[in-house]
Design a protein around this ligand. Structure first.
Ligand code: CP3
Length: 358
């Protein structure tokens, strides 16, 4: 008689995104690889610039694994940036030390026409190679950890492409969107279609989950949210679901407020990541019956540590932990975070099933 090996149980992260409630929710932390870790800073200084690190498969793989070795998260996120896509389209992208991103701005159709989708895969090849290496390392050393690939959402990527840097007012990008929607649509469509190719290649290289970061979704007035956030996201999710039906997609429309409802109903995501401003009970009652939710501890709680961290994390777990849920922060880890506070949080999440019984 041939002996059948039982299929290995799916990874906890994938089970949560499929709607399964587990005794202990899976967790990972946005920006879990980064400057709060001394071992990251060591690799970062060896790499040269930040973009050089993103485009160096060996080092990108190494820094992706660093937080897992310390804290054993349930998911690894590819170490990269949302601005590797405009770079791969031929836009000039740089990261000024201590100042954040700088791009040569695109503010009209003539400049837009200079971008070249044809070389996307060639220029993004180091990103795909990093994904392949990370996946092989996970299969070997962290077999229960899922690999997340990611991209920015078209609206947020367009914000950087048009402004040329971070911004307070989003004057240039909003003026283009409001004043010449048909022209701006060409930029959004180019980014959306390139994002489909970019994320598909990440899946083919080994990504098991995809996340779309829409950090500036909250910068739009509600009347424009459907056209520039929901519809482009839906265009991406629909295409990806055709190519890779089994790969769950998490959307993160930061500071979308009540527009989260339309987003969850129409953007085609499997899960939604919540910023710290979303009330927990509202999310549990209104969103969690439709999709899995992820979030939403304020990253400053992780800087503070101690009993306030414990109380805040427990509130998130107690309110969202009985329905499909992935524990995370509501935005990226801050560089001032003491690494031992991350250990405190990881311990708390692991002991939560026992704590609530006692
Ligand atoms: O989560 C992870 O661990 C994966 C890595 C990751 C980075 N950026 C690394 C990074 C991810 C998922 C991103 C996404 C990203 N990049 C977003 C969306 C999420 C968000 O934070 O809202 C945005 C808006 C960007 C663009 C970007 N990249 C900015 C505005 C900056 C400068 C701000 C800063 O913190 O310095 C970056 C740089 C950046 N991206 C760093 C890291 C680790 C710091 C660069 C360094 O090491 O010097």
């Amino acid at each position: 008689m041939s002996e059948k090996t039982a299929a290995p149980a799916a990874k906890p992260m994938l089970r949560a995104l499929a709607g399964e409630v587990q005794p202990r929710p899976p967790f990972w932390l946005m920006r879990q690889a980064g400057r709060y870790l001394p071992e990251y800073r060591a690799v970062r200084s060896q790499a040269g610039g930040f973009l050089d690190l993103c485009l160096n498969p060996e080092l990108a793989c190494e820094v992706t694994l660093q937080p897992l070795r310390r804290y054993g998260m349930d998911a690894a996120i590819l170490f990269s940036d949302i601005l590797t896509l405009p770079h791969a389209l031929g836009q000039t992208v740089g990261f000024a030390e201590g100042e954040g991103p700088r791009l040569t701005p695109i503010r009209d159709l003539k400049t837009l026409a200079q971008l070249d989708r044809g070389r996307l895969h060639e220029r993004a090849a180091p990103v795909y190679e990093a994904v392949r290496r990370i996946r092989a390392a996970l299969d070997r050393d962290f077999p229960q950890t899922a690999l997340i690939g990611f991209a920015g959402s078209p609206w947020t990527v367009a914000c950087y492409m048009v402004e040329g840097a971070g911004s307070k007012e989003y004057l240039h990008v909003k003026r283009w969107a409001f004043g010449d929607p048909a022209g701006f649509q060409q930029l959004i469509d180019l980014v959306a279609d390139s994002t489909v190719d970019y994320l598909s290649a990440q899946v083919e290289a080994g990504a098991e989950v995809l996340q779309l970061f829409d950090s500036w979704a909250g910068a739009l007035p509600s009347a424009e949210f459907g056209r520039w956030v929901v519809q482009p996201t839906r265009r991406i999710t629909a295409a990806l679901k055709q190519r890779h039906p089994g790969v769950p997609i998490i959307g993160f429309p930061r500071q979308a407020g009540l527009n989260l409802l339309t987003y969850v109903d129409e953007a085609g995501v499997d899960a939604v990541s919540l910023d710290p401003g979303v009330p927990l009970l509202w999310a549990a009652r209104t969103l969690q019956s439709k999709v899995a939710v992820q979030g939403n501890l304020d990253p400053v709680h992780l800087v503070t540590g101690g009993s306030s961290l414990e109380q805040a994390a427990r509130a998130v777990l107690d309110t969202l932990g009985d329905r499909p849920f992935v524990f995370n922060l509501g935005h990226g880890i801050i560089k001032e975070t003491p690494p031992e506070h991350v250990a405190q949080l990881a311990d708390l999440i692991r002991t939560w099933p026992a704590l609530r019984r006692g």
